[in-house]
Design a protein around this ligand. Structure first.
Ligand SMILES: Cc1cc2nc3c(=O)[nH]c(=O)nc-3n(C[C@H](O)[C@H](O)[C@H](O)COP(=O)(O)OP(=O)(O)OC[C@H]3O[C@@H](n4cnc5c(N)ncnc54)[C@H](O)[C@@H]3O)c2cc1C
Length: 418
């Protein structure tokens, strides 16, 4: 994990378990190694919750803030990095510093999305909102990509919209993991493919939506609002699935999937997951659909293929995250799972397909950036950061001049012996 270096176990820090909710000012102070699952549970005790999440919550606060932290709330509130009020950081210089938008702001924005290169986040102050009790969780299906993207963009730009908007690609087959059966939300719902138009291609698209409500709300009021929002959309009418869920269960949906995967005894949660995450400009997403979803991955990736639009205006350009140029860009996540007891060749094939996709994007001149990037050389990182490389290097020389932190990412070479 860190050749000739150190791995810091954040749980070993005395104040790591801090989760202090400030009800009057609507924020929570949390230790850098605290899991978002625990933040959620503590905050719900006060009827409050953070605004922006990841899909899976057994991740640490410091870990996601070092990347961005993206899920279906990000269209409205930005990534998790946009909901941070203050950080306490131990820099590579060994200095413990409190920073925010107005205090030591250069360090604050360096660390947000900074891939752990500038300092270790030991505490974060996260904005809160009033938590709903319940959500109406909905999936609707499209056979045409342009209709899917038009509706998704309409929803993320409307004042009145759902509280959560994501989307995913479904293989047009009966495969239980990647095909029609992966769309319904409950065991008493089924996907009837005869409702699909005859000319449907190798893949379908599904918008995943959620609307918050209170358990005291009149169900007819909730239904009316749902119908009003759905009425503007052009999905295949008979392919609509919905359930009501508690807010906590909805946010823990991937944690529940993890329990099922672990409980199955197949070992698939613990095998390698060569995931590919990227942000693709709106300009190129239709072409990306043709060359990637409808071609390279048309048979699926044995796991979810997420794609949904985000608004650049909700991301702070002073943070270290790099994004495509356009005002709207799509988060694309190929969340590959292996089969039980995979051979090395299966994993190598997945990695090779990821490389093929990246190379195809480069060859076609797509405006895209890898999210959760992995590169092997400084030259590749330089290309990744583009015109932000100079700033990233300056920040490194200011906050971690000996390149002590996170050398394994191969962005900078450590210039001294530990
Ligand atoms: C199952 C799963 C689902 C995911 N889903 C999403 C998702 O929906 N949305 C999304 O945006 N991301 C998602 N991710 C990616 C996730 O944001 C990153 O993997 C993140 O690094 C996870 O944090 P961690 O606590 O596991 O970090 P670790 O793996 O422990 O650390 C990764 C690196 O982050 C840096 N780092 C970690 N903690 C700190 C700290 N306190 N201070 C400074 N640097 C630090 C270090 O460089 C470290 O090497 C998912 C990951 C997994 C495994």
């Amino acid at each position: 994990m860190a050749d000739h270096g150190l791995v810091i176990d954040m749980k070993s820090m005395g104040d790591n378990n801090i989760i202090d909710v400030n009800v009057a000012s609507m924020y929570v102070d949390v230790g850098g190694g605290v899991l978002w699952t625990d933040v959620l549970k503590r905050c719900l005790g006060y009827g409050l919750a953070p605004k922006s999440w990841t899909d899976y919550l057994d991740l640490t606060v410091g870990g996601t803030l070092s990347n961005a932290g993206v899920s279906g709330q990000a269209f409205r509130f930005g990534p998790q990095t946009s909901t941070v009020m203050e950080l306490e950081v131990v820099t590579g210089n060994g200095v413990k510093t409190v920073c925010s938008n107005s205090q030591n702001s250069e360090l604050f924005f360096s660390v947000l999305g900074g891939l752990g290169q500038f300092g270790i986040i030991t505490r974060a102050r996260i904005m809160l909102q009033h938590a709903p009790d319940m959500v109406r969780w909905i999936r609707v299906v499209y056979s045409e990509f342009d209709e899917f993207t038009r509706d998704a963009e309409l929803l993320i730009m409307s004042e009145e919209s759902f509280n959560y908007v994501e989307g995913f690609v479904v293989v047009n087959s009966d495969d239980p993991v990647t095909g029609w059966p992966s769309v319904p939300l409950a065991s008493n719902q089924s996907f009837d493919p005869t409702h699909l138009p005859k000319k449907t291609g190798p893949v379908l698209y599904s918008l995943e939506l959620a609307l918050h409500y209170s358990k005291h709300d009149d169900s007819s009021t909730v239904n009316m609002l749902v119908e009003k929002l759905l009425r503007q959309l052009t999905f295949v009418e008979q392919l609509r699935f919905e359930i009501d869920s508690t807010y906590m269960d909805f946010l823990l949906r991937v944690n529940h999937a993890e329990q099922v995967a672990r409980g199955s005894g197949s070992g698939i949660w613990d095998t390698p997951h060569p995931w590919l995450n990227m942000f693709v400009s709106k300009r190129d997403i239709a072409a990306f659909n043709r060359v990637v979803f409808q071609n390279i991955t048309k048979g699926g990736v044995n796991g979810p293929m997420l794609t949904y639009p985000l608004l650049r205006s909700k991301w702070d350009s002073r943070s270290s995250v790099v994004l495509p140029q356009s005002d709207i860009f799509y988060s694309v996540s190929l969340l590959r799972f292996t089969h039980a007891h995979p051979k090395e060749s299966e994993i190598k094939q997945m990695v090779a397909q990821n490389n093929e996709i990246v190379q195809t994007c480069i060859k076609n001149g797509f405006d895209f950036k890898l999210y959760l990037p992995h590169y092997e050389s400084t030259a590749e990182w330089k290309k990744h950061f583009g015109d932000q490389w100079k700033r990233f290097v300056e920040r490194k020389s200011q906050f971690d001049p000996k390149a002590v932190l996170a050398p394994g990412q191969k962005i900078f070479t450590r210039n001294h012996q530990l």
